[in-house]
Design a protein around this ligand. Structure first.
Ligand code: HBI
Ligand code: FE
Length: 297
């Protein structure tokens, strides 16, 4: 079934602004907002820009990205052109039973969650313009592919993302989307991990690494989140995260740090219903505000 109009902007806080129109072509999307990638329609200029973005980030990630991301990226060998989603899907299915689906851009929350709950990751088909090389608001193919896809090869992370999708579907029925969207933001998009655990020190740095896609695909924030002393880094705390608003138009003032993907998965498996009930009685934090119980990470 073809849609006749663009989707309603997802109802998460600020993710797509208010009613600003989305940039993709939704006219050919099916009822799950899936489109054909139409790989042959990318221009030589688009492939060249993608390669430029890929090379820029590839120089940064060895210092700043988590080990699992680096291992997957090396094996993906996806830096010579905009990747063909079908080819990557075939490999993903074998590795973690995930696959990629092509989408026109941001899609409604319920559709997005249903894809994740079924181990399908929506990847935007279009690429940013050259003048947006440094910064873009909506996700494009570079953000979605470079930032999100490598970790789908990591079995525990892959399970976490599916659990997140299931949780999202539940949250919609409980009027708890704002809480759950913050978990997405502070883990899947802007999460940090302390490799070797909070008590162990690694030879280089402190083992502090990025695993969030918004960081991994960013030219500036990737170094900032690890190196800048002004960035606040707080130990992962589900309740604290769900109480914390976020910024979409600047670097994050605060990052939450996990010890392992196992920790993330274990904390996300339980039913959040009691947590949501508790949250409704608690005040929220602004993005920059510190809480007395914060544990520095
Ligand atoms: N659509 N394509 C796409 N990518 C997203 O990250 C996305 C979305 N729709 C909704 C959505 N995210 C939110 O529900 C989450 O950020 C919570
Ligand atoms: Fe993203």
């Amino acid at each position: 079934m073809a849609l006749e109009h663009s989707p309603p902007p997802p109802a998460t806080e600020g993710r797509t602004g208010s009613n600003t129109s989305l940039r993709g072509d939704y006219s050919r999307a099916d009822s799950d907002y899936v489109v054909a990638q139409d790989w042959s329609a990318y221009t030589a200029e688009e492939h060249a820009l993608y390669v430029r973005l890929f090379q820029r980030q590839s120089r940064l990630v060895p210092r700043y990205a988590c080990t699992q991301f680096l291992d997957s990226l090396a094996r993906l060998d996806a830096g010579s052109a905009i990747p063909r989603f079908d080819a990557v899907s075939a490999r993903l299915r074998r590795a973690t039973r995930w696959e990629l689906v092509a989408v026109p851009g941001l899609i409604p929350d319920d559709v997005f969650f249903r894809h994740l709950a079924n181990r399908r990751f929506p990847v935007t088909v279009w690429l940013r313009k050259p003048e947006e090389a440094e910064y873009i608001v909506e996700p494009d193919v570079f953000h979605d592919f470079f930032g999100h896809v490598p970790l789908l090869f990591e079995p525990v992370y892959a399970d976490y993302l599916q659990e997140y999708g299931r949780g999202g579907l539940k949250a919609l029925g409980q009027d708890a989307l704002d809480y759950l969207a913050r978990l997405y933001w502070y883990t899947i998009e802007f999460g940090l991990i302390r490799e070797g655990g909070h008590h162990g020190l690694r030879a280089q740095g402190n083992g502090l690494r990025a695993y969030g896609a918004g960081l991994l695909s960013s030219s500036g924030e990737l170094a900032h989140c690890i190196d800048d002393a002004a960035a606040q880094r707080t130990r992962f705390d589900l309740l604290r995260i769900m109480r914390t608003r976020y910024k979409i138009d600047s670097y994050q003032p605060r990052y939450f740090v996990i010890d392992s993907f196992e920790q993330l998965l274990a904390e996300t498996r339980p039913d959040f219903t009691p947590l949501y009930a508790k949250l409704r009685g608690l005040p929220e934090f602004s993005a920059e505000e510190a809480a007395p119980e914060d544990v520095p990470a």
